[in-house]
Design a binder for this molecule. Structure first.
Ligand code: F6P
Length: 342
């Protein structure tokens, strides 16, 4: 048996841990061989491979990124995509594929498995934690730790200068990183894409903080929007997902706060720092378990499935279940945590 492995979409700390888990168990327990596909779906589409065996995965557990490379290529949008993938898999004698990715990569895996007879198993990844059907995705814990550390650091400089510090974190459609890092870092306001925020309320609250000589920290997810919809996007162009680029909410918010309250405000955009570098211990643990369970699914011929975390168990769910709908922050949870903190 030969298994192809690919990583698609935005990279994420823990991808290498999954690959290592798959290759070690697959080789040692099942006697399988592996073909690494380069740059997501681009690999099987163009037939670009990388060697994938025990020596290739040695030492990669703590390394961020992916040794296979990644891309946002969608073979279903390429001319003759399915035929080219089938031909390359046959040429490489690959019997099954493990696709490690987010909504888009897994969406392709679901269709290849369900409609085109290409046996695929999915592994969920995203720092955003917004994939349904799994309690957590690896990469999220690392991103939250990075954002939390940044917020901790920003408190002291904000207090020294009595400024408002706006911290923009990733999260285009879901505010999980903002919510978790904001709470862990003791932020004073957390603004998420799921709930439009009231700018007057944010400013009134900022002013009230200054009255008690307190420099506020506002955590804002990149996809958060004001209630009145007056925010002007820096750039309305579409990215490779076909999503509108939402860059600039942090900068915009700081300017609004400054002009409306007269208090000095600064913005820190954390950006890709949240996605880079070594995975946390939790993410290595989760990613390794996903890898071990994914190769078990291949061994049992359980295709069209994705491994998922439910409580402390790893289960299998139809891939389509994870990609059907994004997992966003429940308004009740947002309310429970409180938008504004003292
Ligand atoms: O999905 C992960 C993610 O990091 C989002 O939080 C972010 O909006 C997006 O990817 C950024 O994508 P890119 O690396 O293509 O700019």
């Amino acid at each position: 048996m030969r298994v192809g492995v690919l990583t698609g979409g935005g990279d994420c700390p823990g991808l290498n841990a999954v690959i290592r888990g798959i290759v070690r168990k697959g080789t040692q327990e099942y006697g399988y061989e592996f073909t690494g596909y380069r740059d997501g779906w681009r690999g099987p589409l163009d037939g670009v491979t990388v060697p994938l065996d025990i020596p290739a995965v040695r030492g990669i557990l703590p390394r961020g990124g992916t040794i296979l490379g990644s891309s946002r290529t969608n073979p279903l949008k390429e001319e003759d995509g399915i035929r080219r993938i089938k031909e390359n898999l046959a040429k490489h004698e690959v019997d099954a594929l493990i696709a490690i990715g987010g909504e888009d990569t897994l969406g392709v895996a679901a269709r290849l498995s369900g409609e085109y007879g290409i046996p695929c198993v999915g592994v969920p990844k995203t720092i955003d934690n917004d994939l349904s059907a799994t309690d957590y995705t690896f990469g999220f814990d690392t991103a939250v730790n990075i954002a939390t550390e940044a917020i901790d650091r920003l408190h002291t400089t904000a207090e020294s200068h009595m400024r408002v510090l706006v911290v923009e974190v990733m999260g285009r459609h879901a505010g999980w990183i903002a919510l978790h890092s904001g709470l862990a870092g003791g932020a004073n306001a957390i603004l998420i894409p799921e709930q439009r925020f009231d700018l007057d309320q944010v400013c009134a609250w900022v002013e009230s903080r200054f009255k008690i000589r307190y420099a506020p920290i506002v955590v804002v997810a990149e996809g958060a929007m004001p209630k009145d919809g007056e925010m002007v996007l820096k750039d309305g162009s579409l990215d490779s997902f076909g999503h509108v680029r939402l860059s600039g909410v942090g900068e915009w918010l700081a300017k609004q706060i400054e002009s409306r309250t007269g208090q000095e405000a600064r913005t820190t955009v954390l950006g890709h720092v949240q996605r880079g570098g070594t995975p946390s211990a939790f993410d290595r643990w989760l990613a390794t378990r996903f890898g071990l369970h994914a190769i078990d699914a291949v061994h049992e011929g359980d295709f069209g499935k994705m491994v998922a975390l439910r409580g402390t168990d790893i289960v299998r769910v139809p891939i389509a279940e994870a990609t059907a709908k994004l997992k966003t922050v429940d308004p009740k949870l947002y309310e429970e945590i409180g938008v504004f903190f003292g």
